[in-house]
Write a protein that binds this ligand. Structure first.
Ligand code: UGA
Length: 429
């Protein structure tokens, strides 16, 4: 089939490459000519394992191309996927739909009358119906995306499920054809009306955020009562109904999705006259974990961090990503810097992005360099390479062997045995 993918950011670039991998002819469309030129040359402007290779493979064969020309996209595609961003509005919890609205308007103007325009962006419930009514000349469907950064290709080619929000059998048939190899592999398909399809995405992200904040609230209780949240999480996770995933307590969630999605969901629910206020508490618990790391840092530095050298391991909001959007690690680092600490950050992939956004922080090319003469080490993004650090060797680098594990993955016994004062959130000091 001939597909276009409108918006070549994280979601769109991945979707375009994966659709080519499924055997379709794909045209990626973006208003940013620099992005188009980079992708056409096989350069991916963000870190995602395997994606540069996949894009290079399909641009080389000509099966995947990129353009800024909507008229060309309209003439080319049988199916158009809209993958543009829906960031949080400035000064409001709500989502900014300007990109979605303009992408739909632009492709609806140029698409063939029998074309299917499929929304993939995360939107407030009601958006698909509104767009379908506004652009009656094309057929609209909604096909939410559940990919995780760092696993984007795997999640697109072998998803847990596909969700088709459709108003006609024809739309469902076309989408079945697009995803035929994925469906043939046994992937469950849920076909739904527009509101349900839109809500599946926001509900899934709200559930994941709630699960993380639940265990972080338990960490707060453990801190007050002297318990150990990692043992608690293991024990409750053995119950199949609860499940052990997304129960890792620590400095909390960040990134371009969960934080803004729960805010937009609570906001949309208010408009519908339904209270999802508990999501505001989920957000508040999450932010309190950042406060807690700052508080523990102060305590370990004798009451104030002024003048202390602090090494921060991690800048990305999670490992295997260079994404620093709403990163807990950088938020904590910036606050300690504001309190007068001398902060040095190291991250395996996110240094350039971090430097641009937080130019006042210090940066080191390796974890070892960041820890030189440090009074305190904060482990805030769980890159596997930080787990490999030898505590004895690290001890020889720092001024004072004190470490806070903000991700609950370091081996406390090893660090303590090497003479470190070791603290982890939600665990006994
Ligand atoms: C999230 C969802 O997991 C995807 O299913 C969804 O498609 C995506 O948002 C989206 O809406 O596009 P992502 O933002 O890539 O994906 O990251 P996650 O792997 O969900 O992690 C989110 C944050 O939670 C990270 O900061 C991570 O460190 C944190 N986290 C995760 C915890 O603090 N504890 C955990 O147990 C798990």
């Amino acid at each position: 089939m001939r597909l276009t993918v409108i918006g070549t950011g994280y979601l769109g670039a991945t979707h375009a490459a994966c659709m080519a991998e499924l055997g379709h002819e794909v045209l990626g469309v973006d208003v940013d000519p620099e992005k188009v030129a980079a992708l056409q040359a096989g350069r991916v402007p963000f870190h995602e394992p395997g994606l540069p290779e996949l894009i290079a493979k399909h641009t080389a064969s000509g099966q995947l191309r990129f353009t800024s020309d909507y008229a060309a996209a309209g003439a080319f595609g049988d199916v158009h996927f809209v993958c543009v961003g829906t960031p949080q509005l400035k000064g409001s919890e709500g989502a900014d739909l300007a990109y979605v609205d303009s992408a739909f308007a632009a492709i609806a103007e140029h698409a063939a009358p029998d074309a299917l325009v499929v929304g993939k962006s995360t939107v407030p419930v009601g958006t698909a119906g509104r767009l379908a009514d506004a652009h009656a000349g094309v057929e609209v469907a909604w096909n939410p995306e559940f990919l995780r950064e760092g696993f984007a290709i795997e999640d697109t080619l072998r998803p847990d499920r596909l969700v088709f929000g459709v108003r006609s059998e024809r739309a469902e048939t076309i989408l079945r054809e697009v995803y035929a190899p994925v469906l043939a592999a046994g992937t469950p398909l849920v076909t739904a009306d527009f509101p349900t399809a839109e809500l599946v995405k926001t509900a899934a992200n709200a559930f994941l955020a709630t699960k993380i904040s639940f265990i972080n609230a338990m960490a707060e209780v453990c801190e007050a009562a002297g318990g150990d949240v990692s043992v608690l999480a293991e024990a409750i996770g053995y119950d199949d109904r609860i499940g052990g995933k997304f129960l890792r307590a620590g400095v909390g969630f960040g990134g371009g999705c969960l934080p803004k999605d729960i805010r937009a969901f609570a906001h949309r629910a208010d408009e519908l006259g339904v209270s999802l206020d508990f999501l505001r508490e989920v957000d508040a618990i999450n932010m309190r974990r950042r406060d807690k790391v700052v508080e523990v840092a102060r305590e370990l530095c004798g009451g104030a961090v002024l003048g202390a050298r602090i090494a921060v391991l991690g800048a990305a909001f999670k490992p295997d990503s260079d994404d620093i959007r709403d990163s807990p690690a950088l938020n904590v680092a910036a606050r300690l810097r504001l309190d007068g600490a001398d902060v040095t950050v190291h991250d395996p992939e996110a240094m350039d992005n971090a430097r641009k956004a937080f130019p006042l922080l210090g940066y080191a090319l390796s974890a070892e360099e960041a820890m030189q003469r440090a009074d305190l080490v904060l482990h805030l993004t769980e890159w596997p390479q930080f787990r490999e650090i030898d505590p004895a060797r690290a001890r020889s680098l720092v001024s004072r062997p004190r470490i806070v594990d903000g991700r609950g993955v370091l081996d406390a016994d090893r660090w303590t045995a090497a003479g470190w004062q070791f603290r982890a959130l939600g665990r006994p000091a």
